[in-house]
Design a binder for this molecule. Structure first.
Ligand code: SF4
Length: 584
């Protein structure tokens, strides 16, 4: 794959670094064309800065070699804190070029977690980094300027959000406070120094996750690394490696060393592989060893299905679709075979203790999420959610950061109940939802089914939305499916941010709307979520009709005589409006 070409394909969207001193944060800056005014003059348009997840891969001077990995920007921050120590060195192997890497863990008695620092009142460089990159209104020069009272055609026009929040001014102290309260997490394993820290919480930009990973039937290390690069190029905020096939450890090492976003896993999958795929043979000892191995590789968050308790299984068995979660079904089989309680629940404190030594965050699994609309909000799902709340508070006592996973398949009218229950029972810990899918009938289009639910639950307060691809329920997603899923979910997350009243979200929409009204086609393309696709459609449009003297004030959709945008310019001229939309 041409990685340089993938990330540097558009000279009008480039990575810039902002911030002072040693703290430099990468953003994407979209350069805009000037507006042609009626008097023949032009008016320049300020570039628009948007959140960026590409890391150094979008830096033209980078080496673009996945066997070398990303720069270790967090290394000095971690070492300076002095609460961790070297615990060994990774060996070289044929499939792992990252041998020689030093593994770190907490010094005896220390808990080097962002939550522990936050509770002690310490603002870490990770928190400062988050504050810088989240403060997009400030970075676009419109902080405090966006208003419902600004003229309609002003870039500063801002609808009131719902629920109404006065501003989205994100300071390092604000980030610390949200982490300390458990309302946000910064997944940041001390063995993932390549990470560009990001916050997941309802008072930050809504994030999305991409699942990748091989299966026993498809894919290779190279293909999974490619999917990871595709995911971050299109804007994925975190990445879950759900590999269950060959080379699980080596695949993960390649991904973590090259991924600038937090990486999550479900350690149960590798534990199952260790016992030959036989759920009944799982033991705490096998699981514990996998946890430590993955924590030492640098995984930033673990999905742990500890809320799947034996008392919920009869209700799950009566469902339309039974237990849809892989992890949930594995633990259910184990409990039934041994006639014992879930060993993940029984060893919860041991798991917290291990994770606190590396600052691995929890994503408490929703092993009993509904896999069918008919099963939504049943007693098994809601019972597990209550247990998640209890586990959440126990993890906080160990200084471990927590988010909770949520459904699944839920019709629109039942989404609010999910969000409200999670918020109350889990003490506002960030909610990370799969979709939810709002119908079961859209095989082949389930990324859309899920994005509809995701936009709604994101608006109501879910902090991160797990993407779904068109292949959901049908097969392992490939590179193109990853792109389709990521872009669709970026849209859902953005729609949620707009509804919450995030000023930077509306600013980008305003910039796009103005470009559209002024027929600045190139800006319309570059401000979109998928400029490549928008440009390919526009190119097809250009090939389909012969322009009148280079006329570009219409497209093939309506043609020049029916173009309402073109007519609008004449109508504005009649009323002599002279706001920002005063274009030719
Ligand atoms: S022709 Fe129709 S779709 Fe195309 S720019 Fe004009 S109004 Fe928009």
């Amino acid at each position: 794959m041409d990685i340089r070409g993938l990330f540097l394909d558009n000279p009008r969207r480039r990575r810039i670094l902002v911030g002072g001193g040693a703290l430099k944060v990468g953003l994407c800056e979209v350069e805009l064309d000037s507006t042609r005014l009626r008097d023949g003059k032009t008016r320049p348009n300020k570039p628009v800065r948007i959140y960026d997840t590409c890391g150094a891969w979008a830096d033209p001077d980078f080496h673009f070699d996945t066997s070398k990995g990303l720069p270790k920007i967090r290394e000095p921050w971690i070492e300076r804190r002095g609460d961790t120590e070297a615990a060994g060195v990774v060996a070289h192997s044929e499939k792992n070029p990252f041998g020689g890497r030093e593994v770190r863990r907490a010094k005896s008695g220390e808990r080097p977690t962002q939550l522990a620092y936050a509770k002690r009142g310490v603002v870490t460089p990770e928190m400062e980094y988050v504050a810088l990159r989240e403060n997009l209104a400030l970075l676009n020069g419109v902080e405090g300027g966006m208003s419902p009272d600004a003229p309609r055609d002003s870039l500063l026009r801002q609808h009131r959000g719902s629920p109404n929040r006065p501003d989205f001014k994100i300071t390092p102290e604000f980030v610390r406070g949200e982490v300390a309260a458990g309302r946000a997490i910064i997944p940041a394993n001390i063995n993932h120094p390549e990470l560009e820290p990001a916050a997941i919480g309802k008072n930050f930009l809504t994030k999305i996750n991409t699942n990748i990973g091989n299966s026993s039937m498809a894919s290779s290390i190279a293909e999974e690394v490619e999917k990871m690069l595709w995911a971050i190029k299109w804007g994925s905020d975190t990445l879950m490696d759900l590999s269950t096939g060959a080379d699980i450890s080596d695949t993960r090492e390649w991904i973590v060393r090259n991924c600038p976003t937090p990486v999550g896993t479900v350690p149960l999958y590798q534990a199952l592989e260790r016992v030959g795929g036989i759920a009944e043979d799982l033991t705490w000892e096998v699981y514990r060893d996998v946890l430590i191995e993955q924590a030492e590789q640098g995984v930033d968050y673990f999905t742990v299905h500890a809320g799947v308790l034996s008392k919920f299984l009869p209700a799950a068995a009566r469902r339309m679709a039974g237990i849809a979660s892989r992890g949930g079904s594995i633990m259910a089989k184990w409990m039934l075979a041994h006639n014992r309680e879930n060993f993940l629940f029984e060893h919860w404190d041991d798991i917290c203790d291990i994770m606190s030594r590396y600052d691995v965050s929890f994503s408490i699994g929703d092993g009993l999420r509904p896999g069918a609309i008919a099963d939504a909000n049943d007693s098994a799902q809601l019972g597990e959610l209550k247990v998640q709340g209890e586990l959440c508070r126990r993890a906080w006592a160990f200084g471990v950061q927590v988010m909770c996973e949520g459904p699944g398949h839920v019709p629109l009218q039942m989404i609010n109940e999910n969000m409200d229950c999670q918020s109350e029972w889990c003490s506002e810990a960030p909610f990370y939802t799969l979709g939810p899918l709002v119908s079961d009938i859209a095989a082949g289009y389930d990324h859309i089914t899920a994005a509809i639910g995701a936009a709604v639950i994101g608006w109501r307060g879910a902090a991160m939305l797990c993407y779904v691809t068109p292949k959901e329920h049908l097969g392992l997603p490939e590179r193109g499916d990853v792109r389709e899923g990521v872009v669709t979910f970026k849209l859902a997350a953005h729609a949620a941010d707009l509804a919450k009243g995030h000023p930077a979200a509306q600013y980008r929409d305003n910039a796009m709307s103005l470009a559209r009204a002024e027929f600045r086609w190139r800006d319309q393309i570059n401000l979109s979520l998928d400029p490549e696709r928008a440009e390919s459609f526009r190119r097809k449009n250009d090939a389909d009709f012969i322009r009148d003297n280079g006329e570009s004030h219409h497209c093939t959709m309506c043609g020049p005589k029916f173009c309402s945008m073109r007519a609008s310019i004449e109508i504005k001229e009649k009323f002599k409006t002279c706001g920002e939309a005063d274009a030719l």
